[in-house]
Structure formats: structure tokens, C-alpha cells
Design a protein around this ligand. Sequence first.
Ligand code: OGA
Ligand code: MN
Length: 383
Amino acid sequence: MMAKMAASVLEHGEDAFRKLFKFYKRRNPPPDFGDVIDFSKNVKNDMVFSVELNPSALSEADASRAGLRPVKDWRAFGLKGHSGFVFISNPFLPGSQHHWVRQCLKTYPQKPNVCNLDMHMSPSETEDIWNKSADILRKKNQGKREPKTLLEKLRWVTLGYHYDWNSKTYSADHYTQFPPDLHSLSREVAAACGFHGFAAEAGILNYYRADSSLGIHVDESELDHSRPLLSFSFGQTAVFLLGGTRREDPATPMFMHSGDIMVMSGPSRLLYHAVPCIVPAPAGQPLPACLLDTQQTTGLHTGSLVQAVPTEDWELCSRYLHTSRVNMTVRQVLGDGQAFPTETTSIRSEVSPKDGYHEKHGQEEEDLKAKRKRNDSGYDLDS
Ligand code: OGA
Ligand code: MN
């Protein structure tokens, strides 16, 4: 019944994307997920086809160093009509997602990286988010209403060229070193997809709680759109909506499970997309099975990007992920040999504010009416 509803919304034309977004964002009653493509299962959908990646584009040794399975074992998919879009169903080796989760929760939020909390707190207050939250979170008993820790209030972190949410630009003078481990992972994944020499220059990490969403937008602030955009998902499953080049184009819903990687390249680099909801975990199974895998400490040799996560760190990561999703998006901002334009010739993003990043985080009109506390970039700190 509801599956039919999703289908009719799809055909509706003009406002199809917004309607589909609202359909999946609805909480009461929860939406029917029957139409959502699940790449982790045998996909029965006319739009989906298998993508053969070139196994020699990335050596098994380099893949393993980055915590990835050999490329010949990856399950990659494309969507008809969306050339350049590649969905890789969890190519991580058992136990190696732990490292990236710990980096997102403990390492990457540290200075000099920038996070949403910096918008209204002093640097000393946002120093050491992990340690300031750890003891409280470990003792916290679920269900009880207690003040949120900084880790629970974290909504985004920027890396490398720090994205300016107001001007919707990157600039040469707001850059700090991009994390070398994520730089390497990104280069390996891009290479496996045929993009050699990918240079991760900017990253946006998104932290989703059970009721978070990400509005309809295009990522166009990067100056070279011939380079792919990579997206990594960890923790709870979310619905991803992939639309067209126009905001009103219909969208295709798909699940993003822990470990899944998406590559948006070529004609798909500038497609509208959104994350309308986090999917409630099945009762009795708060963490996906791939995160229960024990870490492959034996496979870790010198030169490996992926470090073993100490048990006490993982306990906290795991507790956080019971109700959260973490997403890393990695971008190359400049083409090879390209530089930022000078002040006077600076190209500003032409999108209307509604299409831009600034309003993209849970910024539907209903939310605005809800008078919740917001930080300076439109994130809802209370959700
Ligand atoms: C983004 C984005 C999608 C996601 O940060 O631009 O689209 O899966 N993220 O969280
Ligand atoms: Mn995006």
C-alpha cells in the first residue's frame, strides 16, 4: 500500500523530490521502506546494474593496507540514467570500519579541524570533545533525560579546506592539513573506480542522530567538478535519495548501510541528493553485524592505515553508534595545477539559499516553526 504511495509520489512531477523527502522523513506512522533499493541484498530493480571495476586499478596490498577487500571481491552497482554514480556495497575488511569510526568520533573533531560547536563556543570549550564526553556517556543510562554531551551535539566537522557555510566557498587561507589516513583511503577508492591521482582536499563529516536528516542539495562549491565526490557511511542505516540535475527531477531511494561507499562522478557529480531519515535499527540488534566483527589486529602490519581501536574506545564508539550514523564526504576542490581565484574574480556559488548547504540540515519549514535551538549553520542541536 505504502509502496504504491511512494511510487505515485515518484511520478508526480514538479515537487516529486520534496514529497519523497517528506514521505521518508515522516515518523508517525513510520514510512514503508518497500521501494528503497537495498544493495546488500539481491537487487530486483530494473534501474540497477552491476559495475565491473578493474581489479588491477588497485593492488591487493594497497587495498588491504587501507582496510579494504581485494577489488575483485567488491560488489559495485550503477543506476540507469545516472552515469558516473557508483555504489559499492561495504568493501571493508571485517573489523576495519572500527578505525574510521574512532577517527570520526575521537580524532577528526580535534583542532585545528572545525566543527559546528565552534560556531558558538570558545576553542577551549570545544577542545577535546571526546574526553569531555567519554565519562558522562559511559555512565549515562539510556532513556533518562540528561543534558547532551558535546559528542552528542556534534553535527559536522570540516577537514582540509574548511567549507564556509555562509559564503558556500572554500578558500586558500582557511586550510589545515587533510588527515593522511583518510587521504590515502580516498585515493585508493577513487583509483579502484578509475580515477587516478585523486587528491582529497576537503572533507565534511556529518553526524546523524536517530531523528536527523539532510535536506535536498547539490555539492557544487568545489572548483573542479571533473573529480569525483566520495561518501562513506558508518553505523546506523540511512535512506539516500538520488535525484537529477534539476531540483524537481524525481529521486531514487536507496539504503546506505555501514561500510557502504558512494562515488558521484562525471554526469552524476552534480545531482541533487538528500538523506531524509535514519532507519530504526531492528529490535534486539542495535549494531549492524559488520560492526560486531572482531578487529583484524593480526592483519595489521606496519604501513597499515588502519589501527586497532582499544576496547575502551570501541565501547564508547559502539554505544554512540547504537543511535547514530556517521558519514564522511571527501572532495577534491581544485583541479591539477588549479588555484583559487583572487578576491575580485572570486566565483560565488549561484544557488539560491534554499538549495545551498546553509539550509540543508533538517531545515524544512516545519522544523523552523518548531523553534528549536540552532547553531549558526542551520544544524539542529537538539535533535
Ligand atoms: C554531504 C552529503 C550525505 C550523507 O555531506 O554533502 O550529501 O550520506 N552527505 O550523509
Ligand atoms: Mn552532498
